[in-house]
Design a protein. Sequence first.
Length: 134
Amino acid sequence: MAMPTWPLLAWLAGSLAVVAGLWSLAIAIGPWGRPEFVSGMVGIAVTGVIGIVGTLIITPWKPRAMGDWMTMWLGGTVFRLLVTPVVLFLLYSAASSALAVKPLVLSVALTYLVMVMTEAGTLASHVRRSLPSP
């Protein structure tokens, strides 16, 4: 079976929008300023792009055996887990004076967690609907 590519990408994009909205709200309510806002949005954007690329790498539109999908999803998740810190380290090294490290790390962790949970829920829901009921 193939995985639901468009719903998966739509849910991931929606989760990114929610995280960005919550980040903006937290900045507006809290005692933080522009550097924390920019750092958080950079973290959300980088994690989001790498997350969507990680999802596309597993080619969810390609039919595979059900047992192979969990291995593919784990591979995409490990890709994200390894590539995100490397890209952020390079970005932070190049622009460390413009980025605040704590908001950057917090936004990356929050975005990564929300994306993995969204992807897992979407895939589990699709698999549950696709399997015959006992």
